[in-house]
Design a protein around this ligand. Sequence first.
Ligand code: PMP
Length: 393
Amino acid sequence: MSYQFADRMAKPHRSFVTEILKVTENPEIISFAGGLPNPRFFPVRELAEATTKAMERDGRSALQYATTQGYLPLREYIAQRYRQKKGLQVSPEEILITNGSQQGFDLLCKLFLNRGDGIILERPAYHGAIQAFGLYEPAFETVPLLADGIDPELLAKACQTPGMKFLYTVTNFQNPSGLSYSDARRGEVARIVHRHDIMLVEDDPYGELRFQGKDLPTMRSYLESAILLGTFSKTVAPGLRLGWVCADREVIEQLSYAKQATDFHSNYFAQMVLHQYLIDNDVDAHIAVLTAAYKEQAATMLSAIASYFPLEVSCTRPDGGMFIYATLPGGLSALKLFDQAAEEKVAFVPGQAFHPYGKGGDDSLRLSYSTLDGEAIEEGIRRLGRVIRRNLS
Ligand code: PMP
């Protein structure tokens, strides 16, 4: 049988990350490629207890079909946390529970994108979003991400391209760059997109993982119509596959309709267990443990970089999250380095993965420190430094 795949599958959206993860399956490799939350901190025992409790309390509801928008007490919890932590007035009606924020990307495209409509991405941008958006055959425009957020002049220019639908942004400790938007840049970006009548989609999986600096408002504080994506993947566990979209009721209603067509609703059993866990445990204390560990790992990586990388390699210094992004001096190719690094038993993600259709980013690499101990981070950076130096001389 020769399968006749849809046109949308014909575009070159090879998943770099799948290929890279294959290399890193070798246990001898020190992998800075993964970018997974550290499993050491998954609340296994607490979730087991929450499971028993939720099942004893209301097991039949947990196992029955349920409403699309999601378990109300969980939506209330999320709304209340926004009010408490961010001063953001959100009601449970403005929240839709999804299978991680990844499903939010897909549903938003289903709702808003006609083939050929424009999406503005940061350059570099999160590869999972590029993949989800790419299947809806949009026209991507990319705008450079500077140290304090997306370039405002180039953003204003991109907004003038006909057919632009939305800007996709990760304002806190972005994946892959580790960079964050300053307060001033958040306001400026809100004004620019508003002036051009372009929607704003803010994806904030890492916001709670700040380990230094001042917490900043979400884009919805600057722009009421902004759509905000959140997730429990980084603060609790990604295997639960639970995230949410926060948006105006009108958008949530339409999104719920789109989601119903996909899967009726996200796993209710998991939602009830998660909610039980959240109300029975000190979540802030748990997050403080995570951020303390990531802070130390980031500091170890930065000091190893200072010791072992040539001075010509520049690096970002994240205030939270799980990533450092390195830029190589002129002419060096991250893809070429990747193969040599694999021989030295160290891995990273080449920058191409963070550019639509792999166009661009060959001078850069993403390094994640989240799952490695200090010794492995130091040794991995030493090996990588050796590979880079060899290519420079
Ligand atoms: N957005 C960004 C920026 C991410 O880094 C990730 C996870 N790597 C996601 C979304 C997806 O997270 P989830 O598990 O909630 O689907």
